[in-house]
Ligand binder design. Structure first.
Ligand code: DAH
Length: 344
């Protein structure tokens, strides 16, 4: 009898451990411990045994029953736990979700590059208001009312009253040259500054014209500042900005705030000057305007006429970014299409 109990118990436990389904375990319970099970027959038959046999078999049978029950419960717990961990299972080899990070606008990148190069050459960065007085935007830089120079830039007027005193209107600044006299009124030469900033023009937009864009002004004033200084600074700057040696060439031109005035070109960033489609086979790219500061501008700033010399230059930041990143339409910068800005 004892042998039989042991055999049933061992067989039951082996089968319980082999079973992977909770439903199947229920069947095993019925098979091994149910009313019709062999084991139950043994328990029922105990009453027919004599006292001595009862004493030997009874506790063994009860213990075997408990062992089988414990094994069943333990297996059920284990299986349930396995189901849970399956639910929480993490595939560590699965590719991660890409985290979207913010980034700088290409104009900001270019502006910071420019500022880095100039500050490393000892320049300071100056700033001025975007809503500017007519005086600083025009009169102070030698463009009085009726001056044809005003026609060079179509202006957004904030206010311009008839019969007002001259130079008292308000504009959205059309050029960063507006900061020149503001700065000079509060600083004495020698100094070298750059003035990056947003400017506005009432312009029909196309691939190379925008109503809102960025300019970048440089102003260097001292007792003996010359065109040669300008050339050196310009060549150093453009070579660093584009990461290759570039030459600068001057062409005579006219801007009211400089005398002499010139436009300047850099050797083509694409072909290095040999001639290609980017530079229309000329080997040169137009960049901006420059010149020796007009004495009338110094006078407007309160400097003694003839005491100082200086050079100034100005150009569009978008244009520079377009050259660097080979962008063919200025309208991309403020078009708001993230497919464009995401590339930087
Ligand atoms: N302000 C001029 C423009 O917007 C650019 C310019 C030309 C700036 C010559 C200068 C300069 O400082 O000397 O077209």
């Amino acid at each position: 009898m004892l042998e039989k109990i042991k055999k049933i118990k061992n067989e039951a436990i082996v089968n319980i451990l082999k079973t992977d389904s909770i439903a199947e375990l229920e069947n095993l319970r019925i098979n091994y411990l149910g009313k019709k099970s062999e084991f139950n027959q043994i328990l029922k038959g105990l009453k027919d045994l004599n006292e001595e046999e009862k004493k030997a078999v009874g506790p063994e049978a009860n213990k075997a029953k408990k062992d089988i029950q414990d094994a069943l419960e333990k297996r059920i717990d284990d299986l349930e736990e396995m189901v849970d961990t399956e639910k929480e299972w993490i595939d560590v080899t699965a590719p991660g979700k890409k985290i979207k990070r913010g980034h700088l606008h290409p104009i900001t990148i270019v502006q910071r590059d420019i500022e880095d190069i100039f500050t490393s050459m000892g320049f300071e960065i100056a700033d001025g208001p975007e809503v500017e007085s007519e005086f600083y935007n025009f009169d102070a830089v030698n463009v009085p009312e009726e001056h044809p120079g005003r026609d060079m830039q179509d202006t957004f007027w904030i206010s311009k009253e008839e019969g007002r005193e001259k130079g008292t209107g308000t504009v959205l600044r059309t050029q960063t040259s507006s900061v020149q006299v503001r700065y000079m009124q509060t600083h004495k030469p020698p100094f070298r500054i750059i003035i990056p900033g947003r400017v506005f023009r009432q312009e029909a937009t196309d691939a190379s014209h925008e109503h809102t864009f960025h300019q970048f002004e440089a102003l260097v004033v001292g007792k003996k500042v010359s065109v040669a200084n300008f050339l050196y600074i310009a060549e150093t700057f453009f070579s660093q900005f584009f990461g290759k040696k570039l030459n600068v060439r001057l062409r005579p031109s006219y801007f009211p705030f400089v005398e002499p005035g010139f436009e300047f070109d850099i050797s083509c960033t694409n072909c290095g000057g040999k001639g290609c489609s980017s530079c229309k086979q000329t080997g040169w790219l137009e960049v901006g305007g420059a010149g020796m500061v007009h004495q009338n501008v110094f006078e407007a700033a309160g400097y003694e006429k003839g005491k100082y010399q200086g050079f100034a230059w100005g150009f569009g930041l978008e244009r520079l970014a377009m050259m660097k990143y080979k962008i063919d339409d200025i309208r991309h910068f403020h078009g708001g299409d993230v497919r464009f800005t995401r590339q930087f």
